[in-house]
Design a protein around this ligand. Sequence first.
Ligand SMILES: Nc1nc2c(ncn2[C@@H]2O[C@H](COP(=O)(O)OP(=O)(O)OP(=O)(O)O)[C@@H](O)[C@H]2O)c(=O)[nH]1
Ligand SMILES: [Mg+2]
Length: 318
Amino acid sequence: MIDDLLAGDRRALARTITTLESTNPDDRLRAEEILEAILPHTGSAVRVGITGTPGVGKSTFINNLGVRLIDRDQRLAVLTIDPSSRSTGGSILGDKTRMADLAASANAYVRPSPSGGIAGGIALRTHEAVMACEAAGFDVVLVETVGVGQSETAVENVSDVFLLLVGPGGGDDLQGIKRGIMEMADVVAVNKADGDQHTLALQTASEYQNALSLVRPKSGQGPAPVLACSSLAGSGIDEVWEAVTELHSMLSTTGMLAAKRRGQTLSHFGSEVQRLLLATARRSEPFRDLHDTLSTEVAEGRRSVAAAARHLLGAHSG
Ligand SMILES: Nc1nc2c(ncn2[C@@H]2O[C@H](COP(=O)(O)OP(=O)(O)OP(=O)(O)O)[C@@H](O)[C@H]2O)c(=O)[nH]1
Ligand SMILES: [Mg+2]
C-alpha cells in the first residue's frame, strides 16, 4: 500500500488516511509504520488552511481555485475538518456537489471530515493526513474548516498560510468574527463580491483592512492583505491565490517556513506525549481509583486542584 501511495494512487491515499484516523489498536501500529515510511517523502506541498463561517463559500472557493490549479498541472488535495455534528448531516453532501469539478478530476483528491471521533487531537491527525497527501505527490493541500470551536486553531497548526474567507456584511459581520481568527489570518478574502453584493463586498474589504491595521501582524509579516473575490463568478480568485503563494515563497526563502513547521511539529509532539501519558496512566486500576477519589474530594472542595493533581501523579510514579 505504501508503494501505491508513493506512486500517487488516490485509493491508497484514502486507505492510508483511514488507517491514520482509526482508533483500532492494530491500525495504530500500522499508522506508525506508515508514517515512519513516508516521512522522507513529506513536506513538499504548499499547505493552506481555509476557514470562515458556515455558508461563506469555502467549498465553492476551493472548487473554483482547484480547477485553476489543475489547469496549471498542479495536483490538489482537500481535507475538511468539521468539529460539529454537521459532518454527518448535509455538509458532506453539499461538498460533493460544490466540489463536483474536483471530484471528477484525477488530479484532485477530496477527503471529507471523519465522522465520529478520530484518534488523538484534530491537529495531529490532520497533520498526518497532510503528510500522506504530500507522500502521494500532491503539490497543494487545502484544509477547510468552519471557524467554530477549536478547529481553526487546529487548522492553523497544520498550515503554512491561513486564509480567512468572510462574506460581504459590513460592521455587523466584523463583530461576529472572533479577534483570535483575525490574528491568525495571513490573507483575508471577502467572498461573494458579485451581483448586488459587489459594492458591499468592496466596502467590507476596506473595513477589514482598517480593522486589520489595528491587529498586530505575525512576526516578520506585514498586515494581512484583504482582497475581494467571487467564487461563483470566478473573479479575484487568481489574485487571492497570488497573495497566498507570494507569502508562501517569502516564508520559504527567509527560513520562516521551516521554523514555523518545526514549531508545529513540536506542538503536535507535546500534545501527543500528554495524550499518551494520560492514556497509559488510565490503564492502571490504582491510578483510576485514586483519580476517582481525588475527583470527589476536589469537587466537594475538600482538596485543591493543584494538590490533588500532584498527589495523583506522585502516588502513581511511586
Ligand atoms: N453569490 C455568491 N454565492 C456564493 C459564492 N460562493 C458560494 N456561494 C453560495 O453560498 C452557499 C454556500 O457555499 P459553500 O461553498 O457550501 O459554503 P461553505 O463555506 O463551504 O459552507 P460550509 O461548508 O457549510 O461551512 C452556496 O449556495 C453557494 O452557491 C459567491 O462567490 N457568490
Ligand atoms: Mg464547505
